[in-house]
Structure formats: C-alpha cells, structure tokens
Design a protein around this ligand. Structure first.
Ligand code: GLU
Length: 502
C-alpha cells in the first residue's frame, strides 16, 4: 500500500501546538514508510477562517522544521488543497447521496431546532435532530426549494444498532447509532460541513491513514457511514492521545500557552520543541529523550505510541530546551540569539518607539527588556500604585483578555478600537483600562506606548501575560468568573465562550 497521510488544520486561530504534534506524527509515519505527507486547509467555516491564520499555521510548522509534499503552498496532483476552493466537488457528492436516499433536505428553522434540543435536554436525552424532515416527499421538497426556502442537507443515520470503528491503537470501538446525530452535510449557503468535506477529501486525495487527535473519535461513526454510503473503503484510523495540562485536563490556552508563536517568541529552539512533541505519547526504542527529527523518522513506528495521557509539561520543555542550547557550539548559540530577536526584522518595529527616548544604547536594555525578554518581576504589589481596587483591576484584565481573544487581526487600529469600545461599555476612562494592561505587559507603570507594545509582543505573548497577571493577582474563582461573565455579557459582548477557539 502506498502510504499517504495528512494534517488538516482549520485556520481559525493561533497555530496550535496540537497541530504541530499531529503533523509531526503524520509526517514521521509517511516518511518512515517512503510515503507522502499532505497538508490540507479545512476552511469550510467561512466566518472563522482567515488567511492570516492560515499563513501563521504554515509559517509556524515550517519554522519547526516540518514540511509536506503536497499542500496549498506547494501544489500537488490532488489539489486544490484548500477546501474553500473545492465547493463544487462537495456539492456533486451531496447530490449522489441524495439520489441514493442516504441524505435529505431539511427545512427546520433554528428556533424549532433549539426547542427540540431543549426538550431533549430536559428529558436527559442526547441532543440530536428528531427526523422531522426525513419523511418529506420529493414533490414537496422540490416545491419548497423552488420557492426559495432555505434548506440544509443532512445525512441519514440508522435508527438502532451499533457502529464498529476500528482504531489502530484502540481496536474496535463500539458507538451506538442512537448517539449519532443526523449531521448537516451541506449548509444552507451551499458550503459543506467539516464531516462531508473531510471524508470526500480523504478519499479523493487517497489518504491511506488518518492519524488525528482523540477528540475526533466521536465523529468517526458519521465518517464511517459516509464511506459506506459512497461505497468507498475507509482509510486506516488512528487517534492520538490528547495533549494534557499538568492537571490532566485537555491542554488549553487558559492554563498553558498553546500557540507555537508564543514558544518562538520566548526563545525556544524549534528542534527542541519538535523533540518535546515527539515525546508526547511516544518513546524511542533506546529510551533516549533528546533526538533529532531525522532519527525520530528513521526509527519511527506506530507501535511505540502509548495511549496514556501525555502531559505538556513546561518544566520538561524548559529542561529539554536548555539541553539543546548547551549542545550548540558558541558560534551557533550566538547565531541563534541573532535569529531569535537581535536582528533587523525584530528590531525595526521597536526603533521608532525608542529612538526619541534614548540617549545611549545602554538605555535600551532597560526600556526594551519587556519586549524582548520575559522578566517582568510581576507581583500583586506591581498593581498597588494604580489607585484602583484589586477587584477592579482583575475585572479589567479579564474583560480585556476575553475581548482580545476575539480579535481576528492583531493590528494596532483594531486593538485601539477594541479597547476604546470596551472602556465605553464599562463607562470608564480609557486610562482606567490601560493602566492595568501596561503593568501586566511590562511589569512597570511607565513603558513604551501600549498598543505598539501589544503589536510587537504579538497576540500570544500579550494574552499569556494578561493570564499571568490575573494569576499573580490571585486568579479568578469559579464564583467570580460567573459574576464577571454575567457582567461581560451585559456589556453586549459575545461572552467568553465565543473566544474559546479549539
Ligand atoms: N480540521 C480538523 C482540525 O482542525 C481536522 C480533523 C481531522 O484530522 O479529521 O483538526
């Protein structure tokens, strides 16, 4: 069998370390088998997908040293590799399913669907579509479609029975069809959902092994049904264990920086971070903890993956990074420092901020320290000079963080707009908002201009520092969080959940 694997990120946010983890294992497996590794962009969610996020994901993966044989940037025989450019392919396939009676049009309004879901919840049942439009006859469907009524296309699901999923690591997993929803395949705007596009593309791109995160196991029955409906042989399925926070919860940016950009900015070596990801649920046959990508690939075997929860432990990463750094020659070390931050590209945005304020280059160490380094010496006392109640400081930091998590493009003008509207919503002067932010980011009440600093630090570091500042101030208890969320929603904000990108 020709091995073809893929990683299929959705460009809806930061380049996540989990994406790099899945990419690493897919690439290692493909290369170890003389196969092909594909990168596909799953941007069917037109509202949340952005070109900026796609670029950052590709850049970050390349920075880590990962590379793919086929993808949106390098082409290949199975393109296009961006799902938004393949709409007609999905539409054709949906037609096939409707013709064969495996899918149907659904005209239910979102209000009706909400009511159904609520009633199911009250009865303690799994929320799923109730089959309301399943029995509509062809003539009625055609009449309503011709009249321009909005419709989605859903897949049919057996009413009873058990779906058997064969997972390479776990063996056969049984999932009751009663738990499986009649998934929307095509949205009313004609765009496919993840499930349809993913299955159609994996088949058309001749993917032999789907190696992805455990969080997709529950989608497997839908995918399995689609393969059967189309009469296709499914690829080998293998779900990697989820990366975890040290407290064993699913790795989340609330507890750990999850963006590759953060690690890049903070001066981790790409080979050390990649090495660290290669230790997640995997061990080398000789027990070595430090290894290069080439060695990892040369000795790679899927049998060596274990399902115990791999912990993304920063202390371990720091230790490993230090080990890598010490292994560099003095020349290489110096080169890497230059590559990291002391180069023209990194310094140029800082120069206009400091030039007017500098008498000697020596001053730069103090003024730009918080931009280049991470030593802010932040403590609860740092905020004491603000003449604000600690409670109010915490509130401002939390609201700003929620707001910044929803900023799609990290541009200065957007940041200004975002903070100004938050201050207006809170009915406070902008200074009351910016004071706590200044200290959270720089550790000092006076620093270089705030918005420029935020742009230079980037969204990941900025948000990590706000989270850090909240922790330094004692953190937000569950009870406080509830109160803050309520108040945040009263400001007309979408709520913190909307900010929680996967
Ligand atoms: N687009 C999905 C993601 O963002 C891909 C899941 C899969 O590999 O099937 O992770």
């Amino acid at each position: 069998m020709t091995v073809r694997t893929r990683v299929a990120p959705s460009p809806t946010g930061d380049p996540h370390v989990g994406t790099a983890y899945v990419a690493l294992f897919n690439m290692a497996f493909a290369r170890s088998q003389g196969g092909t590794f594909v990168l596909r962009i799953e941007d069917t969610d037109q509202v949340r997908s952005t070109a900026g996020s796609e670029k950052m994901i590709l850049d970050s993966l390349r920075w880590l040293g990962l590379d793919w044989d086929e993808g949106p940037d390098c082409g290949g025989a199975f393109g296009p590799y961006r799902q938004s450019e393949r709409s007609d392919v999905y539409r054709r396939h949906v037609e096939v399913l409707i013709e064969a009676g495996h899918a149907f049009h659904c005209f239910c309004s979102s209000e009706r669907l909400d009511e159904v879901r609520q009633a199911q919840q009250q009865r303690g049942e799994t929320g799923r579509y109730d089959g309301h439009c399943l029995g509509l006859d062809d003539a009625e469907v055609q009449r309503r479609l011709s009249a321009g009524e909005a419709a989605v296309v859903r897949m049919k699901v057996p009413e009873s029975g058990v779906c058997h999923i064969d997972d390479l690591f776990r063996g056969v997993i049984e999932i009751d069809y009663q738990q499986v929803d009649m998934q929307v395949l095509l949205k009313s705007d004609g765009m496919p959902t993840y499930h349809l596009a993913n299955v159609v593309d994996d088949h058309l791109m001749e993917i032999s092994h789907v190696i992805r995160g455990e969080e997709w196991i529950n989608s497997a029955p839908k995918h399995r049904l689609l393969y059967d409906y189309f009469g296709w042989t499914p690829p080998v399925l293998a779900h990697l264990p989820l990366l975890r926070n040290p407290d064993r919860s699913k790795l989340s940016k609330r507890k750990n920086p999850t963006s590759i950009q953060y690690y890049r900015r903070m001066g981790y070596l790409p080979e050390a971070l990649l090495n660290f990801l290669g230790l997640m649920g995997y061990s080398m046959a000789d027990g070595r903890e430090q290894f290069e990508l080439g060695d990892f690939i040369a000795s790679f075997s899927l049998d060596r993956i274990s399902l115990g929860a791999p912990v993304f432990d920063l202390e371990k990463l720091n230790w490993l990074n230090g080990t890598w750094l010490r292994g560099l020659s003095d020349e290489a070390f110096a080169d890497r420092v230059v590559q990291w931050a002391l180069n023209r590209e990194q310094l140029m945005p800082i120069v206009p901020l400091v030039k007017e304020r500098t008498e000697r280059f020596a001053d730069l160490v103090a003024t730009t320290g918080y931009l280049l380094g991470d030593n802010r010496g932040l403590s609860a006392d740092s905020f004491a000079q603000l003449a604000m109640e600690p409670e109010a400081v915490l509130e401002v930091l939390q609201f700003a963080l929620w707001r910044l998590e929803q900023v799609p493009d990290w541009e200065r003008s957007t940041l200004v707009e975002c903070m100004t509207s938050l201050a207006a919503g809170l009915g406070v002067k902008i200074r009351a908002l910016l004071g706590p932010l200044f200290i959270a980011l720089s550790g000092r009440p006076v620093a270089l201009p705030l918005y420029d600093s935020m742009v230079i630090l980037g969204s990941d570091v900025t948000r990590a520092r706000l989270r850090d500042a909240i922790d330094v101030l004692g953190g937000v208890s569950k009870k406080q969080a509830k109160r803050l969320e309520k108040r945040y929603r009263e400001l007309g904000e979408a709520g913190p959940d909307a900010a929680a990108t996967p």
